[in-house]
Write a protein that binds this ligand. Structure first.
Ligand code: PXG
Length: 301
């Protein structure tokens, strides 16, 4: 495996970062998780835009231009001869001293990993997911804005641990006012009375790339989509519920806090959107290999 680290491609064994890196010491950094399907990187522009926006808010100067980053992501996938991949970009504050001060970190660290994708078990999609809410609330946007995809995921990890402790794999997180916001690594949608609803960004969510893709697909299907706040009560009484994320794509949610959602099985709209999403991933994205457009089958360099 070849990993991009600060301007060079190095073998996995040599891809080492300093223990003085503030990404390690303080979780000071930003990241993206992106997928490639059939030799094309899905929604690369949207992921890179979000990476640069997260960095801007954290006053973190990414040492590569947007265009250089795009080219380097494609090159990382190419060097590893991958067609289907999970890509991780991490930009951390870089090496500094033991204090918090980011001004002591002159050079951000840039890492790009492209690995084989591990798919979730099929049962997750056919049987659906049972989730719970927990006591830990999503970060307040005025404390640590969830729109920043930072390398500090303790809020989500604590919530996930609470769910695990109760015997569940995933959480439906609430904000400090009790509104439903998102999962620990996925956005949430409910469907009721012919309308698809997802929480708006201002309640404190990461604006998921998959979330936007699903909203676009629903619109194309003629299904009204709204960004509105809602509570657990609205979820319990929804006809369908699902979560969206780059890794999981669209996962049906069939139970929340012991209440079965709709029929208690993955709903027909969830299934229809899943099919549409999968169809889209097959045909769209930034080509990794130059002659992909011509139907060539060259793998790697
Ligand atoms: N909300 C949060 C908090 C996320 O971290 C999403 C929503 C979905 O966004 P996209 O753009 O992927 O549709 C995410 C992203 C994991 C894992 O291993 C998940 C994410 C990030 C890192 C790891 O489950 N999710």
């Amino acid at each position: 495996m070849q990993i991009y680290l600060d301007g060079k491609f190095v073998p996995k064994e040599e891809a080492k970062v300093s223990v003085f890196d503030h990404g390690y010491l303080y979780g000071d950094g930003v990241f993206e998780g992106i997928r490639a399907y059939h030799g094309r990187v899905f929604k690369l522009t949207e992921h890179l835009d979000r990476l640069y926006e997260s960095a801007k808010t954290l006053m973190l100067d990414i040492p590569l231009t947007w265009k250089e980053m795009e080219a380097t992501v494609l090159e990382t996938v190419r060097r590893n001869n991958l067609w289907d991949a999970y890509i991780r970009i991490v930009v951390s504050r870089g090496e500094g001293d033991l204090g918090l001060d980011p001004r002591k970190c002159p050079q951000p660290t840039v890492v790009i990993i492209a690995d084989k994708i591990t798919l979730y078990p099929k049962e997750l999609y056919t049987q659906g997911l049972k989730v719970v809410t927990v006591a830990t609330r999503r970060n307040h946007a005025e404390a640590l804005n969830p729109r920043i995809k930072s390398t500090n995921y303790l809020n989500n990890i604590i919530a996930k641990m609470e769910a695990n402790h109760l015997g569940y794999a995933e959480v439906l997180m609430l904000n400090s006012e009790g509104y439903v916001v998102e999962g620990t690594g996925d956005n949430v949608f409910i469907y009721r009375n012919g309308r698809l609803v997802t929480p708006p960004a201002h309640v404190g969510i990461l604006k998921g790339v998959t979330r936007q893709t699903v909203m676009d697909l629903a619109q194309e299907m003629g299904i009204p989509v709204a960004e509105e706040v809602f509570t657990r009560h609205d979820v319990f009484n929804a006809e369908e519920c699902f979560m969206t994320g780059t890794a999981a794509e669209i996962i049906p949610v069939v139970e929340v806090d012991g209440r079965g959602i709709g029929s208690g099985k993955p709903g027909p709209l969830t299934q229809k959107l899943t099919e549409a999403y999968r169809a889209l991933t097959k045909v769209s994205g930034t080509p990794v290999y130059a002659d992909l457009e011509k139907g060539g089958a060259v793998i790697g360099d």
